[in-house]
Design a protein around this ligand. Structure first.
Ligand code: E4P
Ligand code: PEP
Length: 355
């Protein structure tokens, strides 16, 4: 039940209501991590850590929809990706983008976690429930879950299921998000800023690798101070900037050099979408192939690649009547289709086997 704020002349002037949220404990009790799912989470984290620290020379591939908006379609995608993951596992560690909390340039739909009914009702209790269910389902198929860390309380509800996480271009410089990253149990990628700044991503990795204390909630939903150890598994994600893409060898070297200068093991992932593709999904394959050639040429710092992919290609705007949505098509950034995804990952596998 949403409650109106108490009348005051100085606070809550722009607040229209407070709705209680389920506690992390209750949600996890209803949708518990099974031993099989826990095994997948731990193996996914270990594989990503080994790749990022150079103990495993496979390529970490974070691939999947720009955003999840339909439970069944996400599961259908995961079913296909789980099969492909097994086929290419000698050369690629494939993890699925299960992105549910979307940062926006200005305004727009905020994702399955915050508005699962896509109608502005913002039923976040249902969003938490459905997100936990979909993440568990994907993991139980043997597929590690990769996601973006955005809402400050969301990790308490979901991150026991996450194998890899990242800070997006709009939050890499945020103190709150850097401190939150220091608590995350999974390896974390840090995107360069929307302006193209790579140094700020390296600064974020350094910040997140140190202990912090910050405001959050505990498992019982009580406000608390959390004290963290620091996250030792940070890496840079090059996603392009306002003025140019940044997937080419000179930018990969710049990122690696900045990491080395900061005392970090150089570890770089290239995002084939966003400003690297100029948001044109038909260009993702060009960037992906360029990354493969850099890896093949021996660029050790290049350890990962990200693709935005869905069942079907392109994107659609969200219609007023959501029953009119086209199945398997992104409602945020445009994605490559499943067939192209399968082709690109198989091609990468064949190429890297020949190394
Ligand atoms: O990946 C998604 C988008 O690039 C990011 O969330 C910003 O989206 P917007 O510019 O459509 O708001
Ligand atoms: C929002 C995303 O990317 P970026 O932060 O690079 O815009 C994303 O990967 O979904």
């Amino acid at each position: 039940m949403t409650q109106q704020p108490a009348p005051s002349r100085t606070e809550n002037l722009n607040v229209t209501g407070f709705t209680p949220l389920v506690t992390p404990h209750d949600l996890k009790a209803r949708h518990a991590l099974t031993p099989a799912a826990e095994g997948v989470v731990l193996q996914g984290r270990q594989a990503a850590q080994d790749i990022l620290h150079g103990r495993d020379d496979r390529l970490l591939v974070v691939v999947g929809p720009c955003s999840i908006h339909d439970f069944d379609q996400a599961v259908e995608y995961a079913r296909k990706l789980a099969v492909l993951r097994e086929q290419v596992r000698d050369t690629l560690e494939v993890q699925m983008r299960v992105y549910v909390d979307k940062p926006r340039t200005t305004i727009g739909w905020r994702g399955f976690l915050l508005d699962p009914d896509m109608d502005g009702s913002n039923d976040m209790n249902r969003g938490l429930e459905r997100t936990r269910e979909v993440m568990l389902k994907v993991t139980e198929m043997g597929l590690p879950v990769a996601t973006e860390l955005l809402d400050p309380f969301a990790p308490q509800y979901l991150f026991d299921i996450v194998s890899w996480a990242c800070l997006g271009a709009r939050t890499t410089e945020s103190q709150t998000h850097r401190a939150m990253s220091s608590a995350v149990s999974a390896p974390m990628g840090f995107k360069n800023g929307t302006g193209g700044g790579i140094k700020l991503a390296v600064d974020a990795i350094v910040a997140a690798s140190h202990p912090h204390a910050f405001f959050t909630i505990d498992d019982d939903g009580r406000a608390c101070i959390v004290h963290t150890r620091g996250n030792p598994d940070g890496h840079v994600i090059l996603r392009g900037g306002r003025n140019s893409p940044n997937y080419t060898p000179n930018f990969v070297k710049e990122a690696a050099d900045l990491m080395t200068a900061a005392g970090l093991t150089p570890a770089v992932m290239v995002d084939c979408s966003h400003a690297n593709s100029g948001s044109d999904y038909t260009r993702q394959n060009l960037i992906f192939r360029d990354v493969l050639h850099q890896v093949q040429a021996g660029t050790k710092a290049l350890r990962g690649v990200m693709l935005e992919s869905n069942l079907n290609a392109g994107k659609q705007s969200i219609p007023r009547d959501i029953t009119q949505l086209k199945a398997g098509v992104s409602v945020t950034d445009a994605c490559i289709a499943w067939d192209e995804t399968e082709k690109l990952l198989s091609e990468a596998d064949a190429l890297l086997k020949g190394r």
